[in-house]
Design a binder for this molecule. Structure first.
Ligand SMILES: [Zn+2]
Length: 429
């Protein structure tokens, strides 16, 4: 039997708890899950040729998926492991790690995000959820954490739409043709995350004039995803949201990085080019963590939205599905996008030799080095001019070299790792 005074206290406590819950939900309702579409619009305004290249890319993806379906390919069941580099950009002057409201998140929080990615892409989250007739599949894509790079910067928040370049300058990407780069920081404007879409078409005779290899070299520097530290991973004091707390912001953004589109096709009743995700009128942007069904009326047909799809905007706890068509689309992109295909190629090498490829060559702006080292061991780079003078010395895992200030001529790019050395020539013009 509870005494009246205790009863009053209990009621009071419950009132405070529910009030705090409502407040948390209120602040969650102001959040914006994803800035990828906005970032893409800005990128296209900077590189107008990209619009045409996107259309060509979409045609190439559709053609590839059709060809795969008719040719009875079996290697879709092969598992592809994507190596991940996490860049933590923080404003903790004393470099202290962890705790609430600290962008310099713990290694445990980072590892929890890698675990979430592997569960979600493997359809092994164990989430039974609201919808048991799940169309979820194992995408056969997995993730392996290679390293965590922590960088202090006095700037304490970044726009996910206009400041991807700043992040890439503060903590430069490791070769985006070999790694998935994830920048974790505090994002401005209440966004949770963003991603750079892949361009799928090779730059060849057909696409000449649509975009230049120099444009692509610039875009390579920012190729990856950016996630706010408060929505990265799970079970950490830094994660305070009650809606976006299971690491699915990153699952969603990596989906874009692999070529997936929002399930409503970014317009009313639009298409994501996947037949097994029902047409949806718009996004499911809600704080309703009970996952109440949502219905759409599109072209006279009423269907239930697949709010459990990772490419919707639903609360983390409502998400549990990548479909078979989404899986096929991601695998087509992994084959067709030049940087993603290179990444897959490198991930399958099991040799012990140090491999180095430089492009473009000759170069006038940014030289890209694709370097394979056994077991992801670190490498150092030295660059010499024709007279044997050192131009760049001892740079660790240097993937992109700005040569705009180099006098034109012949140069040597020397890579050393684990007792092996490889030297390649390149020309600056
Ligand atoms: Zn998105």
């Amino acid at each position: 039997m509870i005494k009246p005074s205790s009863k009053l206290l209990l009621t009071f406590l419950l009132l405070i708890i529910s009030k705090a819950f409502v407040l948390a939900q209120d602040s969650d309702s102001l959040l914006k899950r994803c800035a990828s579409t906005e970032l893409d619009a800005l990128t296209i305004s900077r590189f107008p040729a990209l619009q045409q290249l996107r259309i060509k890319s979409e045609q190439a993806i559709q053609k590839r998926i059709q060809a795969n379906r008719t040719s009875l390919r079996t290697n879709a069941d092969e598992i592809i492991t994507i190596p991940v580099v996490v860049h933590v950009v923080h404003s903790e002057e004393d470099m202290s790690i962890g705790g609430a409201n600290n962008e310099n998140i713990t290694d445990a929080q980072i590892q929890s995000q890698i675990d979430v990615l592997n569960e979600d892409y493997g359809n092994a989250s164990g989430y039974k959820g609201f919808y048991t007739d799940s169309l979820g599949v194992d995408t056969r894509i997995r993730f392996k954490l290679v390293t965590v790079l922590r960088t202090y910067n006095e700037k304490n928040q970044f726009s996910p739409i206009t400041e991807a370049d700043d992040l890439a300058e503060i903590s430069p990407a490791w070769a985006t043709s070999r790694y998935l780069n994830i920048w974790v920081c505090r994002l401005a404007d209440r966004y949770l995350g963003t991603s750079q879409f892949p361009v799928v078409t090779e730059l060849n005779d057909l696409t000449t004039g649509l975009s230049t290899s120099e444009d692509e070299a610039v875009r390579a520097l920012t190729d990856g995803v950016i996630i706010d530290f408060r929505y990265f991973g799970r079970n950490s004091p830094a994660i305070t949201s009650s809606v976006y707390n299971l690491g699915r912001t990153t699952t969603h953004e990596v989906g874009h990085w692999l070529g997936l589109i929002h399930i409503w096709g970014d317009r009313n009743c639009g298409t994501d080019h996947c037949d097994d995700t029902p047409t949806a009128f718009t996004k499911n942007e809600t704080t309703d963590i009970s996952c109440t069904p949502v219905f759409s009326e599109c072209r006279g047909v009423t269907t239930r939205n697949m709010i459990e799809n990772y490419m919707d905007y639903s609360p983390d706890g409502c998400m549990s599905v990548f479909t078979n068509d989404q899986k096929e689309r991601m695998h087509a992109v992994l084959e067709l996008s030049p940087r993603r295909a290179k990444l897959v190629e490198f991930s399958k090498i099991s040799g012990e030799d140090l491999l180095v490829e430089l492009s473009p060559n000759p170069v006038s702006e940014t030289l890209t080095a694709s370097v394979f080292t056994p077991n992801f061991q670190l490498f150092t780079v030295e660059v010499f001019n024709q007279r044997g003078q050192l131009v760049t010395s001892g740079a660790t895992n240097l993937s992109y070299l700005d040569v705009q200030k180099f006098p034109s001529g012949l140069y040597y790019y020397r890579v050393s790792s684990g007792g092996q050395t490889v030297t390649k020539r390149f020309v600056v013009r």
